[in-house]
Design a protein around this ligand. Sequence first.
Ligand code: GDP
Ligand code: MG
Length: 178
Amino acid sequence: SEREGAVEYVFKVVVIGDSAVGKTQMLGRFTKDEFSVDSKSTIGVEFQTRTVSIQGRLVKAQIWDTAGQERYRAVTTAYYRGALGAVLVYDITRRQTFDHVARWIDDLRSHASPSMVVMLVGNKSDLASDHHSRAVTTDDAVEFARDQGLFFYETSALRGDNVEAAFMRLLEEVYAVA
Ligand code: GDP
Ligand code: MG
C-alpha cells in the first residue's frame, strides 16, 4: 500500500483561489476520496495529507487549505512559506473567479518562491454540459495558462473527474524539480 515504508519526501502544496470555487472539496476528494454535500466555508483547517508513490519513492503531500482568507491579499506569507507547489482554482461557471486568477498569480509572485510549481485548475466541469452554465471556455484557459507558463486541468470535485490526475501531475512536477 501507499502507506507502507518510509516517507522520503514531504512536499508542501498550497491551494488558492476565490471563495466557493471548490478548493476544500477538491482537497477532500484527493486526500479522502469524498465529497461532502454540506460543505461549510473552511475555518481554521490547516492542511490535509496523503502519501503517494512517485517513481518508487514515497512522497507525503501536505496540502494547505485557506481558512476564509480568500479576500484580496489576505493570504499571509506564512501560508506560502516553504510551499513547493500551488493549485490555483477558479470556477468555470463564474467568470469573475477566472478574472481574479491574475491577482492570485501576483500574490504568488510577491510571497512565494519563484521555483514554485503552479497548476491552474478550472473546477466544476460537471456543470459544463449545460452550455448556459459555462462562463470560461477551455480554450481561453489553455491560452492563458500557456502565456503564464502554468499547466492546466479542468476538474470536478463533485464527480471526482481529473482530481487525482491533476494532483498527481503537480506532485510529479514538484518531484522533478525537488
Ligand atoms: P472553497 O470556498 O473554494 O473551499 O469551496 P468549497 O469546496 O467549499 O465549495 C463551494 C461550493 O461549491 C460548495 O457548495 C460545493 O458543494 C460546491 N462545489 C465544489 N466543487 C464542486 C464541483 O466540482 N461541482 C459542483 N457542481 N459543485 C462543486
Ligand atoms: Mg474552503
